[in-house]
Structure formats: structure tokens, C-alpha cells
Design a protein. Structure first.
Length: 494
């Protein structure tokens, strides 16, 4: 399984690093700059509001299905038709609840118009993830890798035309960005559906109420977990927009979004590990194989990357924000400096949370594959409470920066708890040598970051020196064991 993980991780990372950096740094950033912080904050707060109810679109079916198909490939044909009907029913519930809550909290007509398209996009996105759960559950990782970047590739095409193709009159509108997402998600859904339809020998929908109830019952623990994790991962900008006065809330959501976009982009890489690990862990647990080596391998890679990203963002947060977000034509220089300064501070905080997220994507995936959902839900509920309490205390005082502290606190609390629970369940032995290497590596990266800041080169060269030095340090400490990687890839047994 280590060979299957490494070889498919290489392809998955290659495709995603080929496409998604251009999406984040080229398209997504250009859209933010084109529409301004307030308009993008308006969109971003509604986007995160729609995320809060995503559980109703999925109800844990995707994670349940991924684990189930990985352990029982023959069930795809039996389950696919019934789950399709269930997904359509859940979509009706999602739209009803989302718009009802929007009405309760006082959304106006412009917000509801935006919410309609965003909610539909959420349905398409969650449906794509369900289709991918079947594909990865069958261990068709190459096909899943292509689908994982197809929607972004299409959005790059559509948004490039809208931004720079001179095909539309007037300034770029945030609504065009949403429409481009709809088109890209729609085409990706059609492609993914055709792949699964062939593998499942799908012919027609079959209404089977007892089967739907059975799936809902088995998916419920996954659904609760998804709901709780969405709350403490996505609630920040909703709280900012609702707690702060009108105008200030949207503007601060935009400031937070500037930093959060990079944090979210980093999480996309960590999420790729979970996509591969869930079916592999599920298969190994069913076959009663030891997961310890795969856990250590995946965590070591993610920890190395996340520490570099976290400290690189910390030392160079201001330079990164100045580079990514230029001054708007009608923006006062004092307002611009304040916006960049706040976003840079938030970026430095959020990216430390990426270290915690990296641990979460390994250990929460392991616990999910094992079916340890009661413990996972207790941990996630604690994360929600921590996030909400700190948000409500600090946002009125510190605005968007208060939410960054709330996110950081929730992420580290849940990550530490998951590592402890997984270690107890799987009886992992305390490896003091490995822990000392992790601590030594963090200290080394901090020194490299400080040293690179003292250099008189352009900051882009300085940060590259830090990154290369940190990677070399990981190899010296054997946190990344190149010989072991080569040995695993060359081995006969996958």
C-alpha cells in the first residue's frame, strides 16, 4: 500500500500543482483584485454561509461510500442507483434549509440572488465529490486525479476569457465568476458521471425506500462529523459579516478572504493525501494489515511541507500580500496599507493552522476509515465550541484578526486530540527519536527563515533559499528518506 500511495500521490500532486497554483495566484487573485475587497467579501461571506449546510447535500454519504466501496467493490452496482435518488432528495432539503436560514438572518434580495447560484454550485461540487468517492473507492486513482483538476482547468479557461478576452463590456463583476464556476462544475459532473455509470452498469433510477433509510442510518455519524468540521472551518467569515456593522463586516470579510485563500489553497494539497489515504486505510484495516508505516510516511511528508509553508508565510507575509494584492485605483494609500497589514498578520496566523490541518488529514482519515466516528464527533464538537467562543469574544474587539486566532485555536485543539485518540486505538508506540527529529526540524526551519530574512537579495530569492534549505534539512534528518521512497517504489508488492 505504501507503493500505491507514493506512486499515485506523485501523479495527483503533479496534476494539482500544475493547475491549482495558476488558479489561486492567477485567476482567483485577479478576480479579487478586479472586484475589490468589499465585493469579494460580499461573495465570500455568502460562499462560507452556503458551506455551513453542505452536510444536507451529502449527509456523510461520500465518506461512507468511499470507505464502503474500498472494502466491497462489488456493491457499486447495487448502491449507485439508490444513492443517486437520495442525493436528489438531499438537494431539495439543502435548498429549503439554506434559503430559510438566509431569510431568518436577514439576507436582502442581492444576497439571495448570489446565494441561489452559489447553492447550486455547492450541489454540483458535492455531487462531483460523491462520484469521485466511487472512483477512488475502486482505487482508480489516475482517473480520479484527472477529475480532481478538471473543474479548475475549465474555470481557468472561462475566467481567463472573461478577465482578459475583452468579450464583455464594463468592469469584471463577481457574478461572472460564479457563473464560470457553474459551467465548470456542470461539465465536470457530466464527465465523472459517465465514468461511474460505465463502472456501475447503470441503466435507470430505482426507488427503494428501505435502502435509502439504511444508507441514511449508516451515513449519519459521517454526516454529523462533516457538519461539525464545516462549522469550525468555515464559520469565521459568516461571524465577521454578521457581528460587525454593515459595510465594515463585508470589508473585513474581504480582508480575511485575502489571507484565507492562500490557506485554503494549501489545504487543497493536504486534502489530496486524504483522498488517497481513506480507501487505502479502509482496505488495510479490513485486511488487518498494520497501518503504522503508512501513517508515518504520509505524516512525515505533510509535516515537512506544512512547516515550510507555515514559517515561509510567517516570515514573508507582508511581502506576499503586497505581491498578490495591488492598490485599487480609487483606494487611499493609508487604507491600502491598513488592508495589506491586516491580511499579512492574518496570513501568518492561519498558515500555522495548516500544520495542524496536515495532522488532521492523516489521523482523522485513519479514524474515519476505522469507523471511530463517535470519538471524531466529540473532538469536532469541541472544535466548534472553541471556534465560536473565541470568535464571539475577539471579533468585536479585533475584527478579522480575532477570527484568525479562533481558527488557529480550533485547528490545533482538534489535531492534538485526534493524534492522541488514534495512538490509543491503534496502539502506536511512543517514538521519542522521531518526535525529537520533528522538533529539531521545526527549530532548523525557524533558523533558516530568520537567516534568509537577513540576506540582501530580492525577497523571492530569499524565500526560495529558505524553502530549498528546509527541504535539504528534512533529507539530512531523514524526515524525508529518499532511499526509502525509492525502495518502496521499486518494490514488487503494491
Amino acid at each position: 500500500m505504501q507503493k500505491k500511495f507514493l506512486t499515485n500521490l506523485g501523479l495527483l500532486l503533479f496534476l494539482n500543482l500544475l493547475v491549482k497554483p495558476f488558479w489561486v495566484l492567477g485567476i482567483d487573485r485577479s478576480v479579487q483584485n478586479a472586484v475589490g475587497a468589499e465585493d469579494f467579501g460580499f461573495y465570500f461571506s455568502i460562499l462560507n454561509f452556503s458551506f455551513l449546510f453542505n452536510i444536507l447535500l451529502d449527509f456523510g454519504v461520500t465518506n461512507f461510500n468511499n470507505r464502503n466501496i474500498a472494502q466491497n467493490n462489488q456493491l457499486l452496482n447495487k448502491h449507485f442507483s439508490g444513492i443517486l435518488i437520495l442525493k436528489l432528495l438531499l438537494a431539495v432539503v439543502y435548498f429549503t434549509v439554506t434559503f430559510s436560514v438566509g431569510l431568518i438572518i436577514g439576507y436582502n434580495s442581492a444576497q439571495f440572488q448570489m446565494l441561489t447560484w452559489i447553492a447550486f454550485n455547492q450541489f454540483l461540487l458535492m455531487f462531483i465529490l460523491y462520484l469521485r468517492s466511487n472512483i477512488s473507492g475502486l482505487l482508480m486513482f489516475k482517473t480520479d486525479s484527472v477529475i480532481s483538476v478538471l473543474d479548475r482547468l475549465l474555470m481557468i479557461l472561462f475566467c481567463s476569457i472573461l478577465l482578459w478576452g475583452n468579450v464583455m463590456q464594463g468592469d469584471f463583476k463577481i457574478e461572472w465568476f460564479v457563473y464560470a464556476q457553474t459551467a465548470a462544475y456542470g461539465l465536470t459532473t457530466i464527465f465523472a458521471f459517465s465514468v461511474v455509470m460505465v463502472k456501475a452498469s447503470f441503466r435507470r433510477l430505482n426507488w427503494n425506500w428501505p435502502f435509502i433509510l439504511m444508507i441514511l442510518k449508516k451515513s449519519l455519524p459521517f454526516a454529523i462529523l462533516f457538519l461539525l468540521m464545516a462549522q469550525y472551518n468555515r464559520i469565521d467569515t459568516v461571524v465577521i459579516e454578521r457581528l460587525l456593522p454593515e459595510g465594515i463586516g463585508a470589508q473585513q470579510s474581504g480582508v480575511y478572504a485575502q489571507a484565507f485563500r492562500l490557506y485554503d489553497a494549501a489545504n487543497m494539497i493536504a486534502f489530496l493525501f486524504a483522498v488517497l489515504l481513506l480507501p487505502l486505510f479502509s482496505r488495510m484495516i479490513k485486511l488487518k494489515q498494520s497501518v503504522e508505516d503508512l501513517v508515518k510516511l504520509s505524516f512525515s511528508i505533510l509535516f515537512t511541507v506544512s512547516v515550510i509553508v507555515a514559517f515561509g508565510s510567517f516570515f514573508y507575509s507582508h511581502e506576499i500580500m503586497l505581491w498578490l494584492y495591488p492598490k485599487h485605483p480609487d483606494e487611499l494609500i493609508s487604507a491600502y496599507n491598513l488592508r495589506i497589514g491586516e491580511s499579512a498578520y492574518i496570513l501568518g496566523l492561519l498558515m500555522f493552522g495548516f500544520v495542524a490541518i496536515s495532522a488532521v488529514y492523516v489521523f482523522s482519515t485513519l479514524l474515519t476509515a476505522n469507523g471511530s466516528l463517535k470519538a471524531m464527533n466529540i473532538i469536532a464538537a469541541s472544535g466548534v465550541i472553541i471556534s465560536l467562543v473565541i470568535n464571539f469574544i475577539m471579533v468585536p474587539r479585533m475584527q478579522a484578526m480575532g477570527s484568525a486566532y479562533a481558527s488557529l485555536s480550533a485547528q490545533f485543539s482538534t489535531a492534538i486530540a485526534q493524534v492522541i485518540v488514534a495512538s490509543l486505538i491503534f496502539k502506536f508506540k511512543m517514538n521519542y527519536r522521531y518526535l525529537s527529529v520533528l522538533v529539531l526540524y521545526v527549530g532548523g526551519v525557524v533558523l533558516l527563515g530568520w537567516f534568509s530574512k537577513q540576506l540582501q537579495f530580492d525577497w523571492k530569492i530569499n524565500i526560495m533559499i529558505m524553502v530549498l534549505g528546509s527541504g535539504f534539512l528534512a533529507i539530512i534528518l531523514r524526515l524525508l528518506n529518499v532511499k526509502e521512497f525509492i525502495s518502496i517504489i521499486k518494490s514488487e508488492k503494491a
